[in-house]
Ligand binder design. Sequence first.
Ligand code: SF4
Length: 139
Amino acid sequence: MAAKFYRHTCPRNCYSTCGLISLVEGGKIKELAGDPAHGYSRGHLCRFGYCYLDIFNHPDRVLYPLRQEPRGSGNWLRIGWDEVLTLIAGKMLELKERYGSFLPVFFYSYSGNIGLLHQAWNWLARSLGEVTIASGSLC
Ligand code: SF4
């Protein structure tokens, strides 16, 4: 498979939303650099931006959901994606049952990037009905 360049936006929570360019080969990112065409960062990244490849390839990187059993024990067990999603949804429904609304589900969206993926939580929260939403700048 031929190597290909892709453009990205750093997904961390900074207002600069620095531009990234990756070189992907065989389904793996081989190189990552700042995007010189980005209007603000102009090819520069901070140390977090430069360490993505180390994070992606780190042997301790968490690649699947883990559940600590019992809580606080440090005994982490691998669980499936369906299980974890059912667990989280169940907890949210449990809160609704207990308090009569989704208001105990806290939602905050006023820091960092406002990219499409970041909006996913926004859409989910709005689809639930009334949730607690903080407003204003984190700064
Ligand atoms: S490269 Fe650094 S400064 Fe830029 S958005 Fe990512 S974390 Fe923030």
